[in-house]
Design a protein around this ligand. Structure first.
Ligand code: ZN
Ligand code: ZN
Length: 419
């Protein structure tokens, strides 16, 4: 790493607390998930949170080794077990309006070789228990944030030819760059970037395309968009009325597809790490919004389990646009982590749609939301389809066609760009 680690941790903590969570004085901070190896970062965040006036910071630690040991040693029939207290803790924190932080960082191939059915089951049981809390955060019931922390097992997978210490340092360098911590004033850099995302999403919302047409290698897909869809991304606003940025880094703007109007074929442009299993070179065929056929070079069983999670898991809940010239894509590195890779490329998501990507969606009950075209599912899993070869057209209700992406980048300008 080029920079001194302690000052990096402090800067990253400031970014998470002030730009990401926008932690309010007197608020409690619930760190819902943190890898043990990220303890130095968690301590820096804890310090920054108390300095910002947090009343209490508490952390739920996660040990990936223990996760794997369960698959190696637990009784086969025990995989529907879940610690209910953990789900209760998430739910109570979100209901009481605590800020919620999730820190990702694990070996993307942690459960390689384990029984795919059990891996799928554990993910599904986890979604089932956490769904009530996730529904509150998905509706911005409180300020929440997901960030990534470099850990050795993950760094090893991203830089397999380097010794551990160098791999970890390289991963830190990448995170520093994509979080704009290498800019003279990271906070100012983020303000500028977030303003550009606002201009993009407003331009797209105003156009109200009836569908998007994706073309690229192994891709010919038409994605219907519901009327009154809203493009969101960058900063969000809590129900209490203050802004926050739910993902750092973030480069995407997204909305919801119409759950019944997706037609054609799409090939993933990057592997998908799902619950500790890598799914590689997969291809999907859609009809009337549903996956009707699929294949994968590796991890096809995990993909089958994912799609079979429930009725909504084989339909789309998100369509996100990320230009290929974004800082993450420009690293040219595959991170095998959803949070980072999804901000390097245009992506889609299996499963639930965000109610906020439909006008009045947050106020609708499940039936009304689905009638308007929104998808409901326990799962929400992003997968990447973007590359420098992707072209996207926007098609209006009158049939007119407008270029949106050409060769992986925006095909039109908005105000505030070009600096
Ligand atoms: Zn996304
Ligand atoms: Zn997503």
């Amino acid at each position: 790493m080029t920079a001194d680690l302690q000052s990096v941790l402090e800067q990253y903590a400031q970014l998470a607390v002030h730009v990401g969570l926008n932690l309010q004085p007197g608020q409690r901070l619930f760190i819902a998930r943190a890898p043990l190896e990220a303890a130095p970062l968690v301590r820096a965040i804890t310090t920054a949170a108390y300095q910002a006036g947090a009343k209490l910071v508490s952390t739920m630690w996660e040990d990936e080794e223990a996760t794997r040991l369960r698959f190696q040693h637990a009784p086969h029939a025990s995989f529907t077990e879940f610690p209910q207290w953990m789900a209760d803790a998430w739910l109570q924190a979100t209901k009481e309006g605590d800020a919620v932080l999730t820190i990702r960082g694990q070996d993307p191939d942690l459960l390689k070789g384990m029984d795919a059915e059990l891996v799928g089951l554990v993910q599904k049981v986890r979604w089932q228990h956490l769904r009530p809390a996730l529904d509150i955060t998905a509706n911005n019931g409180t300020n929440w944030l997901v960030i990534a922390a470099p850990v050795t097992s993950w760094a090893r997978r991203v830089f397999p030819h380097l010794p551990d210490d160098q791999a970890l340092a390289q991963l830190w360098d990448a995170v520093i760059h994509m979080c704009r911590l290498d800019q003279p004033q990271p906070t100012v850099a983020w303000e500028t970037h977030l303003a550009q995302l606002v201009a993009r999403r407003e331009a797209m919302t105003a156009r109200q395309f009836s569908s998007l047409h994706y073309r690229g290698p192994g891709i010919d897909l038409r994605i219907g968009l519901p009327s009154d869809h809203v493009w969101v991304g960058g900063a969000s606003v809590t129900q209490r009325g203050f802004s926050f940025v739910p993902n750092l880094p973030t480069e995407e703007i997204f909305t919801l597809p119409h759950k019944d109007r997706v037609e054609g074929v799409v090939s993933a442009s990057m592997p998908l790490s799902y619950g500790g299993t890598l799914i590689k070179n997969f291809k999907l065929e859609f009809s009337k919004g549903r996956v009707i056929d699929f294949s994968a070079q590796q991890g096809v069983e995990a993909l089958r389990q994912l799609l079979a999670s429930d009725e909504g898991a084989a339909r789309l809940g998100e369509v996100a646009l990320v230009p290929h010239d974004s800082p993450i894509a420009q690293t040219g590195i595959l991170f095998f982590d959803g949070l980072i890779d999804e901000n390097a490329a245009c992506h889609l998501a299996f499963g639930s749609a965000y109610p906020l990507s439909l006008q009045e969606g947050a106020a609708m009950n499940a039936e009304a939301f689905m009638a308007a075209g929104g998808n409901k599912s326990l799962v929400h899993v992003d997968f990447m389809v973007g590359s420098q070869h992707l072209d996207i057209d926007g098609i209006s209700a009158d049939g007119s066609v407008q270029p949106i992406f050409r060769q992986g980048n925006w095909a039109f300008d908005v105000e505030g760009e070009g600096e």
